[in-house]
Design a protein around this ligand. Structure first.
Ligand SMILES: [Zn+2]
Length: 249
């Protein structure tokens, strides 16, 4: 089985800890993963994981995405070098569930981040929660390509993001008992646009709930969605792997 975790975070630059996570991923069949930033610290750790994997034998392929997310409106946002080797820009986006009070600042930052991705000719990784209308409106202003990650929105918004050319990625949330709405949304995503991710270290899928999530757990989300789509886990892994390679190309 050849799996691609399209979205995970590293919260440490500890060589031993990061190596162990990456080796467990490789053992579980994760050939590739994307280490995603979003803040000064997450950016640092994502780069660290990518460099570590590149320097050591027997590691999965680690792609890197850097950028500034909705929580960084009032934070230091050091320039990211123009020559950083990136597969995507992110995560970026809007969250009105947790932070409705910073809507205006989030919109401004999200717009700037979309422009930055366009200047660098990179796909974007977008977080959108209770903000789909604003997200879609901004994507009309700044045409972009990429991924709507950890999708938990409505099927009709999923269709709108698909119409805009985006891939849609599902995390372990889809395995949660109360996530019928997420399963309904996944059902409208065609085979050539669906991705899977852990969004680790949070949101461990069933049957690992309560544990600290990590890329090796992607196999559970893969198996769950494969069954929903009437496919074998192997075939669904192959399909989502090929999609991820296109999304990050
Ligand atoms: Zn994330």
């Amino acid at each position: 089985m050849k799996l691609f975790d399209t979205h995970c975070h590293f919260e440490t630059c500890d060589t031993e800890e990061v190596s162990a996570i990456l080796l467990r991923a490789k053992e579980a069949g994760v050939e590739s993963l994307t280490a995603v930033g979003g803040s000064e610290d997450l950016n640092k750790c994502a780069l660290f994981a990518a460099e570590l994997a590149a320097a050591k034998e027997g590691m999965p392929l680690v792609k890197c995405a850097l950028g500034y997310d909705r929580g960084q409106t009032g934070c230091a946002r050091p320039d990211i070098p123009a020559d950083a080797k990136l597969a995507a820009w992110g995560e970026i986006g809007l969250d009105y569930y947790y932070s409705p009070e910073t809507r205006a600042q989030q919109l401004k930052l999200f717009g700037e981040q979309l422009e930055e991705a366009r200047r660098r000719n990179l796909p974007v990784i977008i977080h959108t929660r209770e903000a789909d209308e604003d997200t879609l409106a901004l994507l009309k202003e700044v045409p972009s390509r990429g991924i709507i990650h950890c999708y938990t929105g409505l099927p009709q918004s999923a269709r709108a993001f698909l119409d805009a050319g985006f891939f849609i990625s599902f995390s372990g949330i889809i395995t949660f008992r109360l996530a019928d709405n997420v399963r309904e949304s996944a059902a409208v995503v065609p085979d050539d646009r669906i991705l899977i991710e852990t969004d680790s270290p949070f949101l461990a899928p069933v049957p690992m709930r309560g544990k600290k999530n990590e890329p090796s757990f992607i196999r559970h989300t893969c198996a769950f969605l494969a069954e929903k789509r009437g496919m074998s886990p192997e075939d669904f892994a192959t399909l989502t792997y090929a999609n991820a390679e296109r999304a990050f190309s």
